[in-house]
Design a protein. Structure first.
Ligand code: ADP
Length: 484
């Protein structure tokens, strides 16, 4: 079992209205370690009724929470941040056990997760309104910003902690309570965060975590009129369903959905830097991030050399149990994920792609997969239009800047894009032309709490992190003061 310094961080109940609870019918979900298949424990299989209770508790907690000064809320958030940092080793162990990512990446995620709480603890103090120039001599026009109200969050398994804090940080700082439904595959990270929130002095009902049946919980979160806003990170397909379910009660929505990130290497790129960026962007979290490079476009003049260097770097990656020292790639989250990677490889090879390295399930069994590179990939292959969400780098070849921009934008998605070039004119042209919410120039890693994360097109709505991120949890009120 897990060797935690503080075993009480592994919670097997839900946190609702400040109390640890089981499902009404005592049903549970079993959580397993993807690297070993062993059972880690169980969490309650809750449904609509328990979710409605958490929402009601949040609504009851809202008036007192919003009345607190930004600084009072900040003190609690700051304490929550500090507790995450203090318990980072345990939180990372829990994360690696349920999610599979290497321990070093888990530790990195805990620091990243905490950074959103720290950032918004401060940002909450800077929510400012406006006074407008009045067109009337006897009136003053004022704009204030208010917390939107009870927020519901549905989060994915690929970043079990950070996708929660990136939502909870701005919501709580703005004065909104939040009910979170974590992914059923990685609930322990979420429950550990709830335990730390309680220890930090979070008032009851302000932050609840409900685990269980995603349709039943999602149905209540989207249908309940007390919920004023839904924030979701996950697939575009589920995002569409949730958006539809929110329509009858006209909820404000933040959606961080799928990506299909292009990663472009121009002839004038620093190839070693591009390889390093590609490794980070493609193989981090075994390729299971929504900003992972999904299509690597390499210009004719450097195509073979880049491919060679990339293969050499990929062959140095070490696959294994994320808990073991030196491992750089853990298992995929589940069997279904492996099948998708296999399907993309088979489809590409059947249409003429060349296998350069990897291509198969790893000898370790379970859901381990070999880091893979394929070349001569073309736009008629599945990898061109679908997110692989696995350790597969498909290399496309291109000729001109215009060609690659057209190919990069030829997708319904628009989350992140990356490109490598040292020509300053080209850097601006391409950065402007890419239809995505985020662009990495000469880097494969762009995420930070101080920058706005989010997409365009069918990659979603709204922004998370940064000073823009808090707007998603605020509503604007216009006050017209007459009778002077
Ligand atoms: P991923 O590709 O990350 O697995 P999903 O969109 O399937 O993306 O899942 C993201 C989150 O959405 C998870 O917490 C999952 O339980 C939840 N989810 C999936 N289907 C639904 C649904 N119909 N209603 C509400 N939540 C859902």
């Amino acid at each position: 079992m897990l060797n935690l310094k503080d075993p009480s961080l592994l919670r097997q109940q839900c946190f609702i209205d400040g109390e640890w609870r089981d499902a009404d019918n005592a049903a549970t979900i079993t959580v397993t370690n993807p690297a070993t298949g062993e059972t880690l424990g169980t969490v309650p299989r809750m449904g609509a009724l328990e979710t409605a209770r958490a929402i009601a508790a949040a609504n009851a907690a809202w008036p007192a929470w919003r009345k607190k000064s930004a600084r009072e809320r900040s003190v609690i958030l700051r304490e929550w941040n500090d507790l995450m940092i203090e318990n980072a080793d345990d939180l990372a162990l829990i994360m690696t056990a349920e999610q599979g990512k290497p321990l070093l990446e888990s530790k990195g995620e805990i620091a990243y997760a905490a950074s959103f709480i720290e950032w918004f603890a401060e940002e909450g103090k800077r929510i400012e309104g406006d006074t407008l120039q009045s067109p009337w001599a006897d009136r003053r026009l004022v704009v204030t910003k208010e917390p939107i109200g009870v927020c519901a969050a549905i989060t994915p398994w690929n970043f079990p902690a950070a996708m929660i804090t990136r939502k909870a940080g701005p919501a709580l700082a703005a004065g909104c309570p939040m009910v979170v439904k974590p992914a059923e595959l990685t609930p322990f990270s979420a429950l550990a965060l709830a335990e730390l929130a309680a220890r930090a002095g979070m008032p009851k009902g302000v932050f609840s975590v409900v685990t269980g049946d995603s349709r039943a919980i999602g149905g209540e979160m989207t249908g309940n009129p007390l919920v004023r806003k839904l924030t979701f990170t996950g697939s575009t397909q589920v995002g569409r369903v949730l958006m539809e379910q929110c329509a009858p009660t006209i909820k404000k929505l933040s959606l961080e959905l799928g990506g299909n990130a292009p990663f472009i290497v121009f002839d004038d790129a620093d190839l070693d830097a591009a390889v390093e960026g590609a490794i980070g962007s493609k193989y981090r979290n075994a390729g299971q991030t929504c900003v992972c490079a999904n299509r690597l476009y390499v210009q004719d003049g450097v195509y073979e050399r880049f491919a060679e260097k990339l293969v050499a770097a990929v062959e140095k990656l070490k696959v294994g149990n994320g808990q073991d020292i030196g491992v750089t790639q853990g298992p995929l989250i589940e069997e279904k994920a492996v099948q998708k990677v296999e399907q993309h490889i088979a489809d590409a090879l059947s249409k003429g792609a060349r296998l350069l390295t990897g291509g198969k399930r790893h000898a370790l069994g379970h859901s381990f997969f070999q880091p893979t590179v394929i070349a001569d990939v073309t736009s008629n292959m599945q990898v061109a239009s679908e997110e692989t969400f696995g350790p597969l780098a498909p290399l496309f070849r291109f000729d001109t800047e215009d060609d690659v921009i057209a190919m990069a934008n030829d997708t319904e998605f628009g989350l992140a894009a990356y490109f490598y070039s040292r020509d300053i004119g080209r850097v601006w042209r391409v950065a402007d032309a890419l239809e995505t919410g985020m662009v990495g120039v000469n880097t494969g890693l762009i995420s930070t709490e101080v920058a706005p994360f989010g997409g365009v097109k069918q990659s979603g709505l709204g922004r998370e992190g940064s000073r823009y991120g808090i707007d998603d949890y605020l509503v604007v009120k216009y006050i017209c003061m007459a009778g002077m």
